[in-house]
Design a protein around this ligand. Sequence first.
Ligand SMILES: Nc1nc2c(c(=O)[nH]1)N[C@H]1C(S)=C(S)[C@@H](COP(=O)(O)OP(=O)(O)OC[C@H]3O[C@@H](n4cnc5c(N)ncnc54)[C@H](O)[C@@H]3O)O[C@H]1N2
Ligand code: MOO
Length: 404
Amino acid sequence: MSFLSYTESVDRLLSLDTGRVRVEKVALPDALGRMLAEHIVADEDYPRHPTASMDGYAIVAADQSQGAIALSRSDNPAGSDGREAVRSGMAVKTFTGAKMPEGADTLIPIENVTVENGAIRIDTPVREGFSVRPVGESYFEGEILIPAGTAIGYAEIGVMAGLNRVMIPVARRPRVGVLSTGSEILDLGERERTDSQIRSSNNYTLAALAQSAGAEVVQLGTAEDDRQSITAAFENALECSDIVVSTGGVSVGDYDFVKDVVPALGATVIFKGVRMKPGQHVMVAQRGNQFILALPGFAYSSTVTFILYALPLIRKMLGRDPGHTIVEATLAEPFNKRSNKSEFTTCNLRLSEGKYLVDFEEKKAASSAVLTNMLDNAALMITDESDGPLDAGTVVRVIRLDRL
Ligand SMILES: Nc1nc2c(c(=O)[nH]1)N[C@H]1C(S)=C(S)[C@@H](COP(=O)(O)OP(=O)(O)OC[C@H]3O[C@@H](n4cnc5c(N)ncnc54)[C@H](O)[C@@H]3O)O[C@H]1N2
Ligand code: MOO
């Protein structure tokens, strides 16, 4: 199978059928951070009645030209029915949040009047409609207030509470099984046996990314570099995941078994090998409605390929737009692109006078193993196969990683 361009690989990935968004209902407070699966539509106007937005007197605006307006004996606090209607020449003391009495069109605040002899005298008049929240000020019946596919945050929670929504339809979290392969890697807590062993970071980095994107993570730990262990690990992973993500074992070495085991398990390879850096050995496969993403072992390579290929799949399964948040930015310093592949380079992205600028301060020269380049809220600069070294001032595309 020949290597694809990055663009071709993304086209293939996005054309995969991930099926319909699976829906479950959760209690309103538990919906925070979940993806809304159905539109939230207003079932009534809000407010339903003209409502006072200050403490004062409900009046007819035109009466303000009279010297005094007779004050009704009954008050109209918030929560009362506001049954006493207002006629011309009459005022009803009305409080913030109360339904406006019939007939009144204006609320004159307490501070604007003097009360004497059972009447109010207007010291500072107000315009007609002052301090009255009209019917439908927030929304009207039938309005789509929150479209399906929205990430539920504090504002969505509040608006749904206002609508008395108890159980919220949300997209079921896809289950992402994360597996690291390699005989040299040690899982957290494992005792080192030789000094050629290294601590596994991939399965934790990728689990954190998957969780941040709204997936449910199945942590599968590590597997040794032999065909039997890798086969058993993948069989187990496929038992419990919608998407299996592995790292390592996809290159050309004698101990790289993942690339052979995945097709042997009956999965169809969608692509294997992309003209990109890092991540050139990435493999995406499908078995029924499950997906397998076999990523390279290097810490930076696996992180970047997870962002580029696993996140769009997860987003699609959640009913979200699968695309990344990409901005145009200007290089604040030259970039020495050496390969003829698409490159994904960690950078610093900052806003200066309304323009995004990119620099590489504190970033180590590109190496597929350097995960620390991802620290400090890094962003990911994209350069194309056809790009060569780029001068300062060149406009480039950058993936924002603060919005997963
Ligand atoms: N002759 C060639 N050698 C290599 C090629 C090539 O084209 N020809 N490609 C290189 C590139 S590019 C990459 S990327 C790697 C990919 O290899 P694998 O996916 O098979 O990964 P491994 O060899 O298993 O591991 C690579 C590297 O990453 C470290 N590693 C592995 N797992 C973890 C983990 N869970 N946490 C942290 N670090 C991990 C591992 O120790 C290796 O150092 O192949 C190149 N070789
Ligand atoms: O795929 Mo490797 O990730 O180019 O370093």
